[in-house]
Ligand binder design. Structure first.
Ligand SMILES: O=C(O)C(=O)C[C@]1(C(=O)O)C=C[C@@H](O)C=C1
Length: 301
């Protein structure tokens, strides 16, 4: 049957609905087959990770690899064409990769909602998949402690704001949060110039992907101006953005996003530490820079 209302001159070129649906069925079968094949490869990936962990004398391995996930999404963005929004493609792949992480071992997400728990919950759900167990917690420190106790837990926290009561980022890498690092930012698809809304933290490594932001917390014993912090970064040969300054319990902290991947042994961090007034330089992880695309956000996002 032809669809009603079709213009006469189009009739000759328009395919029958049933024919088009048969083509869709064929594509669905291919996509489904490929997804099953991809799943088999993920089983092999898990075996390789288990072997690497055992070679390193570790009993278990962390399945999720935020850097690799970012590379997969960037490859999709580079290839993508046509009217299907890239945001939809990302959502599908986030679902696939989260499910495949869970096939390799346990995974749980602990969310601190901050001022907008609904938004943070949505971001975490969209990123870590529909079926990944998730809990909403009322305190950032509660999330950090849970992450520090369990390598299969990812924490999602709001990106720091000037009026936050709790500067959770200043606590990373100290005391009972020692093994916890920032490993990703959410959302991964955003407009140019928009800062991340949330950070994911875990015991996983922040891995280099070729387009990264490293996060550093500087501690000062006295209040310091934004200009002074920026000058100190420059002096140490580091390019970055001062995200936030905060006073907490008599200490002054600055959160910096440094351009590029920086490892703990980077000499420029030492140079920074040796500058006047700086009491501490703590690398707290970082994230693969998100894909930035003009007009990618739907209205209401
Ligand atoms: O490449 C891996 O290490 C995988 O486990 C595969 C995969 C994927 O599905 O592409 C799944 C989980 C990881 O976080 C990254 C990627």
């Amino acid at each position: 049957m032809r669809e009603a209302g079709m213009a006469d001159q189009d009739r000759g070129e328009v395919k029958q609905l049933g024919d088009v649906r048969r083509e869709i069925d064929a594509i669905d079968a291919q996509m489904h087959g490929l997804l099953m094949e991809r799943t088999e490869l993920v089983r092999q990936v898990a075996e390789a990770k288990a072997q690497a962990a055992s070679d390193a004398g570790e009993g278990s391995f962390i399945a999720f690899r935020p850097g690799r996930e970012a590379e997969v999404l960037r490859a999709l963005a580079a290839r993508h064409q046509g009217p299907l929004p890239l945001a939809v493609i990302f959502r599908l792949w986030r679902e696939i990769m989260s499910a495949k992480t869970r096939l390799q071992g346990p995974l749980r997400v602990e969310v601190f909602g901050g001022a907008d728990p609904l938004r943070l919950w949505d971001l975490a759900r969209g990123y870590y998949g529909s079926f990944t167990p998730m809990n909403l917690r009322e305190e950032a420190m509660d999330v950090l402690r849970r992450v520090s106790k369990d390598r299969s837990v990812i924490g999602v926290l709001p990106a720091p704001q000037p009026d936050d009561g709790d500067a959770w980022w200043a606590m990373l890498g100290r005391g009972d949060t020692a093994p916890v690092r920032v490993v990703a930012c959410l959302p991964f698809l955003t407009e140019e110039g928009v800062l991340p809304e949330a950070y994911a933290v875990a015991q996983a490594d922040f891995e280099e992907t070729g387009a990264d932001t490293s996060l550093v917390v500087l501690t000062f014993s006295e209040a310091v101006s934004a200009g002074a912090v920026e000058a100190q970064l420059q002096e140490a040969g580091l390019a970055g953005t001062l995200y936030l300054r905060k006073e907490q319990n008599g200490q002054y902290y600055a959160l910096i996003g440094l351009t590029g991947f920086i490892s703990a042994g980077d000499g420029r961090l030492e140079t920074l530490y040796n500058q006047d007034g700086i009491d501490g330089v703590q690398l707290i992880g970082g994230y693969a820079d998100p894909v930035r695309l003009a007009g990618c956000l739907e209205k209401g996002e």
